[in-house]
Ligand binder design. Structure first.
Ligand code: ATP
Ligand code: MG
Ligand code: MG
Ligand code: MG
Length: 481
């Protein structure tokens, strides 16, 4: 089955169960200060769950473009290195707004996966919430009992609060969830180790494909839980992962969602994709990074976010630069290249997400310009990085800052290059240099207040951990008039 057919089967199945099929919402969120990008299917329906709007149907299904590159869900650092996490991916979802609940949701998940899509039943596992005494939360015996109609008991596992309890935020709707995992190991591997010990342990062949969230409570400001009068279902299934299962391949990159792009890169780089996941197989890593990142960058631009130096725009610029650096260093492509994937991408998605095809030339031009300007500084920056004196295995933070400030080298790119050599970055020094710059620009802005119209605050860049530079979304440009 092709990926197009798989997507269609999902939508047709839920249409046959009375669901209204709606288009994907944009990736870019302009009116939600709590979130930069759509990172799951439910984002566009948030208001319905909060009671601030009425859905056009009490049953809805769709495929939603999602981006997990910032905030709570950030998979960027895994991309290229594993075969299941992408920056942009499609989340297939079905929703009940105060309509059906656990019984139908579980029955339909099972029917779709096993009757319609023919995934062997003995390969499937379900997790249910196991309770949390400290939080006063009971285990989800209702879901467990429902799963018992379909699965033997040792294929139904209790999960913890992190994996199996969903909360919209500190307050608001929440509830237990039930995930479906598929064991794709060979029979010999399965005979040697029981599958249930591997679920939710990041085993590359025992993978989570679908999450069913059952919103049955509301968390109040005083932290108490109240049972909702109208209960909701919110599900999300990774489309690329489903294709991987149904096409009988081991990694999402070997599905027809990605192979045309990998072939294109092979032809244009004269390098071969060997499908290795060894962290040192950098040609393979680079091809995966490029085919993944072009999707995130192109669709985000098509949805209205241009690369820039702040907020969501900076996140996109970093992703684009990460891709450029990979093709430049490991595919030995020294000319702008990403934009050349655009026609293929736009055509591939012309019927699913037509917004890209509609703006193909524009998006291509934006990417080309970004590539050109970064390639101009990349070479200098890489040379500079080669030349810096590194004391044992530590790179000082001021150098990281200067590379960022002078050569447009995102700090996480420097970190990545250094980590390939086993060198750590002095995060504290970097933060100090960054803070100094912030104070300088603040002082400048104060001095020049007569000349500048400050539309918003200066960029607020916060260091939040080793892997991640989070750029607060809420600022942006100062315009000179
Ligand atoms: P994982 O544990 O694999 O990181 P998750 O628990 O974070 O996944 P959910 O938030 O439950 O994922 O999202 C629902 C589904 O979306 C997952 O079951 C998975 O199939 C898919 N998914 C999640 N993150 C990604 C990603 N980065 N790339 C591709 N598919 C993803
Ligand atoms: Mg995750
Ligand atoms: Mg998970
Ligand atoms: Mg999950």
């Amino acid at each position: 089955m092709t990926s197009h057919e798989i997507r269609q089967q999902f939508l047709d199945f839920f249409r046959s169960k009375g669901h209204l099929i709606v288009p994907s919402a944009p990736l870019v969120l302009k009116n939600d200060p709590t979130l930069m990008f759509t990172n799951s299917g439910m984002v566009q329906f948030k208001d319905y769950f909060l009671g601030n709007g009425v859905p056009p149907s009490r049953r809805i299904a769709d495929t939603q473009k999602c981006l997990r590159v910032s905030g709570k869900h950030n998979d960027l650092e895994d991309v290229g290195f594993d075969g299941t996490h992408h920056t942009m991916f499609e989340m297939l979802g079905n929703w009940s707004f105060g309509d059906y609940f656990k019984r139908d949701a579980i029955a339909w998940s099972w029917e779709l996966l096993t009757d319609v899509l023919k995934i062997p039943k003995d390969r499937l596992y379900a997790t249910v919430f196991g309770g949390d005494t400290a939080e006063g939360l009971a285990s989800d015996e209702e879901a467990k009992d429902l799963w018992k109609q379909y699965l033997p008991e040792h294929h139904i596992l209790y999960g913890n609060k992190k994996d199996n309890f969903w909360e919209m935020g500190e307050q608001g709707p929440c509830g237990p969830c039930s995930e479906i995992h598929v064991d794709l190991r060979s029979d010999a591997e399965r005979a040697a180790v029981p599958g249930e010990t591997l679920v939710n342990k990041d085993h590359p062949k025992v993978i989570e494909i679908w999450n069913n969230v059952f919103m049955q409570f509301e968390r109040k400001a005083d932290k108490s839980l109240v049972t909702l009068p109208a209960k909701h279902v919110d599900t999300g299934m990774g489309f690329e992962r489903l294709c991987m299962v149904l096409q009988g391949v081991e990694y999402t990159y070997d599905t027809d969602v990605f192979t045309p792009f990998i072939r294109f890169i092979e032809q244009h780089s004269n390098k071969k994709y060997t499908g290795s996941y060894d962290r040192k197989s950098l040609t393979d890593v680079a091809m995966r990074v490029v085919v993944d990142h072009i999707r995130a960058v192109a669709f985000t631009i098509a949805d209205g976010q241009l690369p820039s130096n702040n907020g969501s725009g900076y996140v996109i610029r970093r992703i684009l630069r990460r891709a450029v650096r990979y093709y430049y260093s490991f595919l030995e492509i020294k000319e702008p290249f990403l934009h050349r994937l655009l026609p293929l991408l736009a055509n591939e998605f012309a019927t699913v997400f037509p917004e890209l095809k509609a703006q193909e030339e524009f998006v291509k031009k934006v990417i080309l310009e970004e590539e050109k300007s970064f390639l101009r500084t990349l070479e200098d920056g890489l040379e500079r990085l080669e030349a810096v004196e590194i004391k044992s295995d530590f790179l000082d933070g001021r150098t990281v800052f200067e590379l960022y400030d002078t050569y447009g080298f995102p700090a996480d790119l420097t970190r990545l290059i250094m980590s390939e050599k086993g060198i750590f970055v002095d995060e504290n020094g970097f933060k100090v240099a960054l803070d100094e710059q912030k104070n300088r620009s603040k002082a400048d802005a104060e001095k020049q207040v007569g000349d500048w119209v400050i539309l918003d605050d200066t960029p607020k860049v916060t260091f939040v951990g080793y892997d991640e530079l989070s750029v607060n979304d809420s600022k942006v440009l100062k315009y000179r008039i």
